[in-house]
Design a protein around this ligand. Structure first.
Ligand code: AMP
Ligand code: MG
Length: 540
């Protein structure tokens, strides 16, 4: 088949794409999530061509794309208020909504299901093509079934040239993972596939929203999937992929020991690795990971077939969608090479870290108080004191005995001397910590928390497989600091102002536990601990 190459920035090319589609042809189009392979959703013969071109199983339904809200009602038998609230909040955008299907939609489009999934994409070229076609478009991801979804035009060209009527070049996709699929058919709204719109965002609009168990785990044998697409191996490169659940330090140490492997890792891992490696984004940047994941898989595919060890992403926000995709890429194989989880516990002063640490300690965790560690005499050995004297004046250690008050006065007066102090003391603290951890591990501890106010600033987060942040409204934190440390409100405010903003902690967390009035911090902490215990046992 002759494939036409079209450019989304040219209005006449959009018209050409629309004409091909309205006469029953196939066109790959850009959307904000991934490239889609489009056909007239209301024409069973056109839809059949999608299944053929992709090699898609016939029981896996297609998503119908519209470019105006008025196109929705004719496709469904009812449009409940929740559906309209979702459209108001998230359309156009990366959310697909499932409702009972009307007679207008051919059974083939929905693979025979009594429902239809509909999305209003945000990408201007996608909207323009739907408008030019004059009909809603069925458009699954533009990859051969089972392979990674294309987020760059070059990938679409490589996969589909010769198989479809036209390819429309719209550059790189902004979101990078497919839409969130939400079913409004059951009693409680349910996410069947996480995507660009997060669970947290959906709950803010709808209240109760469930996550289908198939999002995070393989279907039990014999179970019927809520979404047929869930049962297929997916997004897979040619090489075998294993997910590795470990801190950056442990991930690199493990991967570097394996002969003939490649790494699919975070940007922060790159300098630690000695094997060929491709990054899919920053450790704390789920949006970047989503944008980068499929392109990274294509790159690894081009580079060979050696096994891939992928670094497990955090599940929060868009990270849940990244986790869902990479888990399928790995065929659900996840390994924790250390057999333990070191959990960094941090957050702004007065939030309640120690309260949570105490609850974990009561439930059998080993907890290391990093603040106490910083005051240990072993940290201030002769070498450390000599360097501090050189940096802050010989008088801070008369007769070799450190005057901590004077040192604190000089070091904490401004950011620059504070950084200087940290550059001298942090390595000593890390060495003391490593000795402490070795003792804990030797004693059999497998869930260990580091209670560390400056977890990120000290680089300790690189030793942690998870980061838990405790936070509370500022008024509560101020009141707690005043009461606990006997500070005036002004002093407490100054201390908080010297710390990073709350968002700094939130943006880096695997879990954020709230400790305001009416919150049960210990209960949240123990629930999270139970999840970690299960993950640890399953991934040994
Ligand atoms: P794709 O378009 O390839 O990104 O995949 C669309 C996903 O949505 C697949 O997992 C489908 O199984 C799912 N899906 C589409 N329509 C329905 C529906 N009516 N009911 C349940 N799942 C659906
Ligand atoms: Mg797909």
């Amino acid at each position: 088949m002759q494939t036409l190459f079209l450019d989304a920035s040219r209005p006449e090319d959009i018209q050409t794409a629309g004409a091909i589609l309205s006469s029953g042809g196939l066109v790959a189009i850009p959307t904000e999530t991934v490239y889609g392979l489009a056909a007239n959703a209301l024409d069973p013969a056109a839809v059949e061509k999608i299944f053929a071109a992709k090699g898609r199983p016939h029981d896996n339904p297609l998503i119908v794309h519209i470019c105006a809200l008025e196109q929705w009602a004719p496709l469904v038998t009812q449009l409940p208020p929740a559906a309209l609230r979702l459209a108001e909040a998230f359309w156009p955008g990366p959310l697909t909504v499932i409702l009972p299907r009307s007679e207008r939609v051919p059974a083939a489009t929905s693979a025979g299901l009594p429902t239809v999934s509909v999305r209003f994409p945000a990408h201007p070229a996608a909207q323009a093509v739907i408008r030019a076609a004059g009909t809603p478009l069925a458009a699954p991801s533009a990859n051969p079934s089972g392979r990674p979804s294309p987020t760059r035009f070059a990938h679409v060209r490589a996969d589909l040239t010769g198989k479809v009527d036209a390819l429309l070049d719209g550059g790189d996709c902004g979101v990078g993972v497919e839409s969130t699929v939400l079913s409004l058919v059951g009693p409680v709204p349910r996410v069947l596939r996480p995507g660009g719109v997060t669970l947290e965002q959906l709950r803010a609009v709808l209240g109760d929203v469930e996550l289908d168990p198939a999002v995070e785990a393989p279907l039990a044998p014999g179970t019927a999937p809520a979404s047929p697409g869930m049962k297929y191996r997916h997004y897979a490169p040619r090489a075998p992929v294993t997910l590795v659940d470990a801190s950056p330090a442990d991930y690199a140490a493990y991967v570097n020991r394996q002969p003939g492997v490649r790494a699919l890792c975070f940007t922060e891992d790159l300098p630690l690795l000695t094997v060929p490696a491709v990054s899919y984004g920053g450790r704390y940047r789920p949006e970047e990971q989503a944008r980068g994941l499929f392109a990274a898989l294509y790159r690894l595919d081009e580079a060979g077939e050696a096994p891939i060890l992928a670094h497990l992403p955090a599940k929060r926000g868009v990270g849940l969608a990244v986790f869902n995709r990479i888990l399928r890429t790995a065929g659900f194989s996840v390994k924790n090479p250390t057999g333990r989880l070191l959990v960094g516990l941090t957050g702004p002063s007065g939030a309640g870290k120690s309260t949570l640490a105490a609850a974990w300690a009561r439930s059998g965790w080993q907890v290391v108080d990093c603040d106490a560690l910083t005051r240990r005499p072993e940290v201030y050995d002769a070498d450390c004191v000599a360097r501090l004297m050189a940096a802050f004046g010989a008088d801070i250690a008369p007769n070799g005995v450190l005057d901590r008050r004077l040192l604190a006065q000089r070091a904490f007066a401004a950011p620059e001397p504070k950084r200087l102090l940290e550059s001298i003391v942090f390595p000593k603290i890390l060495a003391a910590l490593d000795r402490e951890l070795e003792r804990a591990f030797a004693a059999g501890a497998d869930l260990v928390a580091l209670d560390a106010p400056t977890l990120f600033e000290s680089g300790l987060d690189a030793r942690c497989a998870r980061v838990v942040v405790v936070t509370a409204p500022e008024a509560d934190r101020l009141a707690r600091i005043c009461a606990r440390d006997g500070l005036s409100e002004a002093e407490a405010r100054r201390r908080l102002a010297a710390q990073p903003p709350e968002s700094f902690y939130r943006d880096r967390a695997d879990a954020v536990l709230e400790n305001g009035p009416g919150d049960d911090l210990a209960a949240q902490g123990l629930a999270f601990a139970a999840v970690l215990r299960r993950e640890l046992e399953a991934r040994r």
